[in-house]
Design a binder for this molecule. Structure first.
Ligand code: 48F
Length: 258
């Protein structure tokens, strides 16, 4: 029995990993925007994998605000909440309350059910960069990086890559720094986020969700981070809508490359 258990996991896991060596979309970061993007891309029939450096993907959604585990969403995001089957209760001024554990677990369930493959404990440390285009992700075990071990990574090719790494905008920073290229932001670089303005931050998150370099898209807080807009705290409608918008943009890009 012990051998069967080990063999089952090894055969299944490495089959899954092998099936992801050539992706349509690689999503870096399993916060709400990345997971929603994974859900919609998988639903559209694309081969999509999501990488998160943590053991438990979900980013900043599990903890609500200050670990008070409820989040707020606004009316505009309700079609997504309803499509994903998440329970919510109306609050004031066009807002609704969602249990953050229910929301995060629900997003992960629906994305994987739709066919997205999630690799947890994977850190994306670089991208594939060829002929002026981002074309894949360079991954390593998070524990390898945390221990500072000198171990080379693996590479997975992808037609498009999403930076959904949240406040740090890690992938956009890496692409700009290592390759000396100009991004589609007001300065051409990663500007960094501004202080709190919930309404404005929510609005600009959607506007700033775009392709910032050939093959590289940004969503969620990373979208505002690269373009120098506001943070917004524990209101999550913008994250969900950004994830949906970027899935549509990425799908169009994938189809144009086919
Ligand atoms: O920060 P995060 O939740 O991203 P988001 O989708 O949502 C932002 C909100 O949670 C919140 C907010 C709400 O209004 O402002 O902050 O923009 O999740 C980002 C995820 O990316 C992972 C990280 O572990 C987290 O789960 N991550 C970051 N860098 C890497 C990464 C990396 N280099 N490789 C893999 N995962």
């Amino acid at each position: 029995m012990e051998t069967i258990i080990s063999q089952g996991i090894i055969e299944s896991y490495f089959g899954k990993l092998s099936s992801c060596l050539q992706l349509d979309a690689a999503i870096v970061g399993g916060g709400p925007s990345g997971i929603v993007c994974a859900y919609y891309l998988a639903k559209m029939g694309h081969k999509v994998a999501l990488f998160d450096r943590k053991l438990s993907p979900g980013g900043g959604m599990w903890g609500g605000a200050m670990m008070f585990n409820d989040i707020v969403v606004q009316d505009e995001a309700l079609p997504i909440i309803d499509e994903l089957g998440l329970a919510h209760k109306p609050y004031r001024n066009g807002t609704h309350i969602v249990d953050s554990v229910h929301a995060t677990a629900g997003l992960l369930y629906r994305a994987t059910q739709a066919g997205a493959i999630v690799f947890n404990c994977y850190s994306v440390e670089d991208v594939v960069y060829k002929q002026g285009r981002v074309g894949g992700v360079v991954v390593n075990w998070t524990p390898v990086l945390r221990e500072g071990l000198h171990v080379d990574p693996l590479t997975l090719a992808s037609k498009v890559v999403l930076d959904a790494t949240g406040h740090d905008c890690e992938i956009a920073r890496t692409v700009a720094r290592k390759n000396g290229v100009s991004l589609a932001t007001p300065t051409g670089g990663v500007i960094g986020e501004m202080s709190m303005d919930a309404a404005e931050g929510e609005r600009t998150t959607i506007d700033n969700t775009k392709e910032i370099y050939p093959g590289l898209f940004v969503s969620g807080m990373a979208a505002n981070g690269v373009s120098g807009s506001f943070r917004m705290g524990p209101i999550f409608g913008g994250m969900l809508m950004s994830g949906k918008k970027v899935a549509e943009l990425m799908s169009a890009a994938i189809r144009s490359l086919a």
